[in-house]
Design a protein around this ligand. Sequence first.
Ligand SMILES: NC(=O)c1ccc[n+]([C@@H]2O[C@H](COP(=O)([O-])OP(=O)(O)OC[C@H]3O[C@@H](n4cnc5c(N)ncnc54)[C@H](OP(=O)(O)O)[C@@H]3O)[C@@H](O)[C@H]2O)c1
Length: 248
Amino acid sequence: MEGRLVGKVAIITGATSGMGRDTAYLFAKEGAKVVVVGRNEKRANEVVKNIKEAGGEAIVVLADMSDLDSVSTIFDKTMEAYGTVDILFNNAGMLSLVPVTDITREEIVKVMNVNVLAPMLLTKRVAPVMKAKGKGVIINTGSIAGTSGRWGPVGYCTSKHAVNGLTAATARELGPEIRVNAILPGAIVTAMLDSVGGEASMEGMKQSSPLKRVGHGNEIATTALFLATDASSFITGQTLRVDGGVDC
Ligand SMILES: NC(=O)c1ccc[n+]([C@@H]2O[C@H](COP(=O)([O-])OP(=O)(O)OC[C@H]3O[C@@H](n4cnc5c(N)ncnc54)[C@H](OP(=O)(O)O)[C@@H]3O)[C@@H](O)[C@H]2O)c1
């Protein structure tokens, strides 16, 4: 197989749906062995089946990242199957739409675990492997909700701001061998967007943006591919908005 990721092993969390699934398909098409991480067994198996039918290689790792012990499962199963890891795409995420006056301690812990702490701990686990190889790439999924207070109640907004800090700090700590960047999507058509009213609820945002439309998962996948390859070899510590140019 020819491709830009031949010989690479990529862990993609949240690969059972949306932009993570699109990225899993693209990375596999480019030759990567893909570790498909998610909770939904049926959709996870479907992704791996589709990758294999197209001539690629992938495994499923079922993990609920609100439980931080899942990080060891993800890392250990990757090492067991492929013996190494070259790319980590920390993409799984959950919305939390509860205002601060109503949010519970359980909700705070859950959203921070899934969106920030599991990615941080996965970074901790893969970093020594990448350092020893002399090369590695970590990509985090933030959000435009991590750039102001406008796009989300406190749990989601705080967690996505924290992804920016995670990206900046780990890029500094893990260089020169490992590059770390974050993709900050705007409104992208996925199950998550559907859960808050879908494309129709984004009409105002669409019309006020230069590109006048929402985005699609494949546009995040191609950005992730750019960040995963040497096409972006001098880029680290960055938060890259992929949002059609929305001005906020
Ligand atoms: N769509 C947007 O407009 C938008 C905008 C900005 C940022 N984002 C971010 O983009 C990322 C991907 O979201 P998406 O839009 O592609 O949504 P999606 O289609 O709903 O996919 C979310 C993915 O995250 C996984 N996930 C959620 N909670 C998890 C948990 N506790 N443990 C393990 N996996 C978990 C899901 O796995 P299972 O289904 O298997 O549980 C699924 O694969 C998220 O970080 C999200 O915050 C999305």
